[in-house]
Write a protein that binds this ligand. Structure first.
Ligand SMILES: Nc1nc2c(c(=O)[nH]1)N[C@H]1C(S)=C(S)[C@@H](COP(=O)(O)O)O[C@H]1N2
Ligand SMILES: [Mo]
Length: 516
């Protein structure tokens, strides 16, 4: 009797409808994933919708996600996409018990949303529509079929046969969807792995070997990060849901647009250019005051200037609109690549072939500019154009077209709210004003007078400069410590507090220290 009740009772209806919807949605997703094995990962329904959402996330929400999830923000987004899909599928399943046609349309709409998202992907062709189209069709068919089986099973005259059919149908489909979906995902992931190609790249030798910077670039303070950020710890900021896997054998760089002699080069041809090593700090415009989206590395690259001269930049052109394999566009001032600074196409980072997540096989770098206007990873196309006629991805999302790095300083030791013992307390951190260099760092305790910190040796004006300050006679209690830097032009960091949007955060990094 009780089983009969749950089969036709109200909550039984909801649960069975929800399950039917979930399985139908899952079957659709699995079919989408399977088709994407052929049409490409970017066309898979979940990836297409997630990637579309990344491009359309309002900047405030994106900043929130970066603050709270850091580099895990992408995983959160995919979880969000799956959660919305699961809820909607379950809802469609419940609706199907009374309104099968309406519910079928809901399922079809999900296929449509996937198709629309896939159509907006860079390099999207007609084949990009297939995974979501077939996913939608599958979801509708499975939804209708399982709803009919479920209805037969809940009928008063239903017997063992109806129950058997329904259970077999729903469990079989669920198992098939899980195996098919996860199998297809694994298949896609294993199809091309840039890591193997990366391990066979022979790095070119720099024209002149660059000496190691003196040991004195790094004050030996425990808790202070090293002068060069290890690749494994280097921050990562990009919009890629899955890291682009670029094959260096088919990689090409095209330089075109407002140039007299457009050309294209292969990776082997690129490696025949003159290479140089350069130490440079890279930082992100979305780094909050005191944040960690800043890293320092020794890069090996070929200067951009000779490449641009070979192409012959026409007068009036002031922007390099670079594009990556994943469709990211970044606009950089032509001027910054021709004024003598070491703007380069980099192929190595800290003595290692560029890591895949940092742009393998080739990325752009321009000292003095935030990454969003200079540091295109997986770059394949340089379109010489004008700021007046073109706009890049981030600019369309509310960021400023121009992004010179603002002077910034950070207290790394002790950590915010850390406890230290009374007496002499060692404060240490880093400061950067990429391409202008750091001339001074000052520390302020409890809003008192600014005290000059000791600067570590300078490597290049393009690198950050670490600092130490021995705070004498720190008394027990809670104290605030602030820091500010002066750049190589003599300009001191502004105290005015500004958000990262639109062109970089300002204000003094201030921490609380408990002296015990
Ligand atoms: N293709 C691509 N390149 C990109 C980005 C991106 O999203 N896609 N992000 C840029 C931004 S905003 C920054 S700060 C730097 C970060 O480089 P990293 O991840 O190697 O630290 O890469 C830049 N290059
Ligand atoms: Mo950035």
């Amino acid at each position: 009797m009780s089983s009969e009740g749950s089969r036709s009772g109200r909550s039984g209806h909801l649960v069975r409808g929800g399950l039917v919807g979930l399985v139908a949605g899952g079957a659709g997703l699995a079919v989408g994933e399977l088709v994407a094995v052929v049409t490409g990962e970017a066309s898979s329904p979940a990836v297409a919708v997630g990637q579309w959402a990344i491009g359309h996330t309002p900047t405030w929400l994106e900043q929130f996600a970066i603050r709270n999830f850091g580099t895990g923000d992408k995983r959160m987004l995919l979880i969000g996409v799956y959660a919305v899909l699961a809820l909607a599928s379950a809802g469609a399943g419940v609706l199907a018990r009374t309104r099968l046609t309406a519910a079928s349309w809901v399922a079809a709409c999900f296929g449509l949303v996937g198709m629309l998202a896939a159509a907006t992907r860079p390099n999207a062709g007609l084949s990009y529509l297939l995974p979501s189209l077939l996913a939608g069709v599958t979801a509708v068919l499975v939804l209708r079929w399982l709803t009919i089986l479920a209805a037969a099973d809940s009928d008063e005259r239903a017997g063992r046969e109806e129950r058997r059919r329904f259970l077999l149908g729903i469990l079989g489909t669920a198992a098939g969807a899980l195996v098919g979906g996860f199998g297809a995902k694994a298949w896609i992931d294993s199809r091309y792995d840039a890591e193997a190609a990366r391990s066979t790249v022979v790095l070119p030798k720099p024209e002149t070997a660059l000496a190691e910077p003196p040991a004195s670039v790094h004050p030996n303070v425990s808790g202070l990060g090293p002068f060069f950020t290890p690749n494994s710890q280097f921050y990562r900021v990009d919009t890629a849901l899955s890291i682009p896997q670029v094959n260096p054998d088919t990689w090409k760089l095209r330089i075109h647009g407002m140039v007299s002699r457009p050309f294209e080069i292969t990776f082997d041809e690129l490696l025949k250019y003159a290479f140089e090593e350069h130490d440079m700090t890279l930082t992100c415009v979305s780094n909050p005051v005191g944040g960690s989206y800043c890293g320092n590395a020794r890069w090996l690259g070929t200067p951009l200037a000779p490449l641009l001269r070979r192409a012959g930049v026409q007068s009036g052109a002031d922007m390099i609109l670079s594009t990556s394999t994943d469709g990211m566009t970044i606009g950089s001032p032509v001027e910054a690549t021709l004024d003598g600074r070491q703007a380069m196409l980099a192929v190595a980072m800290n003595g290692e072939v560029l890591p895949v997540e940092h742009g393998f096989p080739c990325r752009m770098l321009i000292p003095g500019l935030y990454g969003y206007v200079s540091a295109t990873k997986w770059v394949t196309d340089l379109n010489i154009t004008t700021f007046a006629s073109s706009s890049a991805y981030w600019t369309q999302n509310g960021w400023s077209p121009q992004g010179p790095v603002k002077t910034a300083s950070r207290i790394d030791v002790p950590s915010d709210n850390g406890t230290v013992s009374a007496g002499t307390v060692t404060l240490a951190g880093t400061a950067w004003a990429t391409h202008r260099g750091i001339a001074a760092v000052e520390v302020q305790i409890d809003k008192g007078a600014w005290q000059e910190a000791s600067l570590a040796a300078s490597d290049t004006p393009d690198t950050w400069r670490q600092w130490v300050y021995q705070w004498p006679n720190a008394a027990r209690g809670s104290h605030t410590v602030a820091v500010r830097a002066t750049d190589g032009t003599g300009t001191t960091q502004t105290s005015v507090v500004a958000d990262p949007v639109p062109d970089g955060a300002t204000g003094y990094h201030t921490i609380t220290v408990q002296v015990a």
